[in-house]
Design a protein around this ligand. Structure first.
Ligand code: SAM
Ligand code: DTB
Ligand code: SF4
Length: 323
């Protein structure tokens, strides 16, 4: 029996991360089998409910107002439109629906009231409803929970050391505080990061260390490969090798065995074999549909082909369906 620990040291995590890669995959696959149904992959759908014009300066992000990207600014969508998209996502096999807003933080205004209605509506469809809206206070987290929010995504993105090189408009501690507010409101925590931003291996290990030593592990850990977007400071970053994705995923799987590890942004630049390695290394969730928030994603046709070839099964929802 593998024990769940939040006492990992950096040294231990570094040793796991640097294990010869085939052995690392084997170890991760073994732990994956102990905690999860092999071959089951959760299918989630993302929707950008408020796009662009964000005051933050996240160097990777096409939605930051200060960079000149091709993203078209759009105010908060109407509740009915969002519920229509959630219904489509459910009909195409998604069990989780995540609404993203290009906000620095949630404000207590009419827009937040609308998001609350979106959460209620999506929850009533029996989907795991998730939001990613920036920083949250304890009260706002409680309001979202009362509306039926299942999970909240708030990424650490990288290590505390490297954070200032990527974002200057908020601190690592701001991030951790929101995660604590979410946890206290008894909302499921989704938090991970991005590789390929110019960080060192020690930054990747540092981020995994912070996540794995939280009082409780996040239930969901997204691993994103940077999608370089023209106009952002990171537009010219080189693509990371699949082995780096595999090492991140496998290490996350070994140190946080129960978590859903999400193979998130970056799949458009991975072939089927590369994605298969990620599933073998312990990834058990993807985002479906031809768009993430603003950037392209493989789309249903390619993914259903992948599910067929790899004989993957969509993972049932983590919450009881009642609609
Ligand atoms: N504004 C909110 C926030 O920052 O928490 C929510 C939306 S934000 C777009 C959600 C996450 O998307 C970021 O934390 C980051 O990890 C990821 N992301 C944004 N742009 C990305 C990119 N170009 N490549 C990979 N991941 C990206
Ligand atoms: C996460 O870690 N990845 C998703 C989700 N959480 C919100 C977002 C990826 C965004 C990629 C860039 C874009 O499409 O705008
Ligand atoms: Fe804004 Fe979020 Fe993009 Fe940062 S990642 S610029 S906070 S939308």
């Amino acid at each position: 029996m593998t024990e769940i620990r939040n006492t990992w040291t950096r040294q231990e995590i570094a040793e796991i991360y640097n294990t010869p890669v085939l052995d690392l995959i084997y170890q991760a696959a073994t732990i994956h089998r102990e905690f999860h149904e092999v071959g089951e992959v959760q299918v989630c759908t993302l929707l950008s409910v408020k796009t662009g014009g964000c005051p933050e300066d996240c160097a990777y992000c096409p939605q930051a107002a200060r960079y000149h990207t091709n993203v078209k600014v759009h105010k908060l969508l109407e509740v009915d439109e969002v519920l229509g998209k959630a219904r489509e996502a459910k009909d195409s096999g998604s069990t989780r629906f995540c609404m993203g807003a290009a906000w620095r933080e949630v404000r207590d205004n009419r827009d937040f009231d609308k998001v609350i209605d979106m959460v209620k509506g999506v929850n009533a469809m029996g989907l795991e409803v998730c939001c990613t809206l920036g920083m949250l206070t304890h009260e706002q987290a409680t309001k979202l929970k009362d509306a039926g929010l299942y999970a909240y995504n708030h990424n650490l993105d990288t290590s505390e050391d490297f954070y200032g090189d990527i974002i200057s408009t908020r601190t690592y501690n701001d991030r951790l505080e929101t995660l604590e507010n979410v946890r206290q409101a008894k909302i499921s925590v989704c938090s991970g990061g991005i590789i390929g931003m110019g960080e060192k291996e020690t930054d990747r290990i540092g981020m995994l260390h912070t996540l794995a030593t939280l009082p409780e592990h996040p239930e969901s850990v997204p691993v994103n490969a940077l999608v370089p977007v023209e106009g952002t400071p990171l537009e010219l970053q080189e693509k990371v090798s699949v082995w780096e994705m595999v090492r991140m995923i496998a290490t996350a799987r070994i140190i946080m065995p129960k978590a859903m590890v999400r193979l998130s942004a970056g799949r458009v630049r991975m072939n089927l074999e590369e994605q298969a390695l990620c599933f073998l290394a312990g990834a058990n969730s993807i985002f479906a549909g031809d768009k993430l928030l603003t950037t392209p994603n493989p789309g249903y046709v390619k993914d259903s082909e992948m599910f067929q070839v790899l004989q993957l099964k969509p993972r049932p929802s983590n919450k009881p369906v009642h609609a």
